[in-house]
Design a protein around this ligand. Sequence first.
Ligand SMILES: [Zn+2]
Length: 300
Amino acid sequence: MATRVLPLDLQFQGHADSIACYLLPHHHGAALVECGAGATLPALTAALAAHGYALTDITHVFLTHIHLDHAGAAGFMARQGAQVFVHPVGAPHLLNPEKLIASATRIYGDRMQTLWGDFLSVPQEKLMILQDAEQVDVGDFRLTAFHTPGHAEHHIAYQLDDLCFTGDVGGVRISSYSYLRLPFVPPELNLEKWRATIERLQTLNICRVAPTHFGIFDDADWHFSAILRALDAVNAWLESAMLADPPVEELRAQFLAWMEVQADEMALPADVRQAYLLANPLGMSADGMYRYWKKFRENR
Ligand SMILES: [Zn+2]
């Protein structure tokens, strides 16, 4: 029988369809893929309760990466008893999150606590490191972890049967539209690695994708090829936008305008646009592209 996968809406900032995590029940509790941030723990607790689970029933938390919206609550979950699984490069930041918190605080300033809440460290004995293609058996199902750089160096996508939990490297796709956006956050964005990651995922017999933002889609072929098209489109856009060597503020404004045009073309309603902006702030994407360009492309 196919493993049950239940999407939970973490109601980020009181809005639906922005940040998900996925509940995978087994015989003696349940596993989670992602756990959201400290600030979304009340919503996580309520969503688990609606399915008959307490926080202490969670045995495993599989993180795609350590950005706050995916992993902020991992330390708390570990203290409730869960084992936390992460990429080797992400692990030190969960043991000692001070640097991660400091760099996020530089970005979010005094909104840090309201947006994300507390980021507790994960105790060493609860932290499990996953190598590329490593498999983990949970109850009667098995997850395979693939190292999938592009959005972040330490990113993992998990395969469960024909379903792939794509974290952020699988893009942001809200609601039932055939439309997605790619979260180009600094400092590790790499368009070439992102492309290679998607080409690898395309070889894995995946029929369904479950991005953290947001939900399960059963058209993996369309989804992956749309990501490759988006990577090409952004690459062309960036090459042309950077010809004039604009300051980052101007790149931000141009990128916002381009995304507005796309949203208009897709006739996205206001609530869906809002969910996109909450899940994937566009200013940050522009900063990520700018940094990537300066680091890898400018003097090539
Ligand atoms: Zn991320």
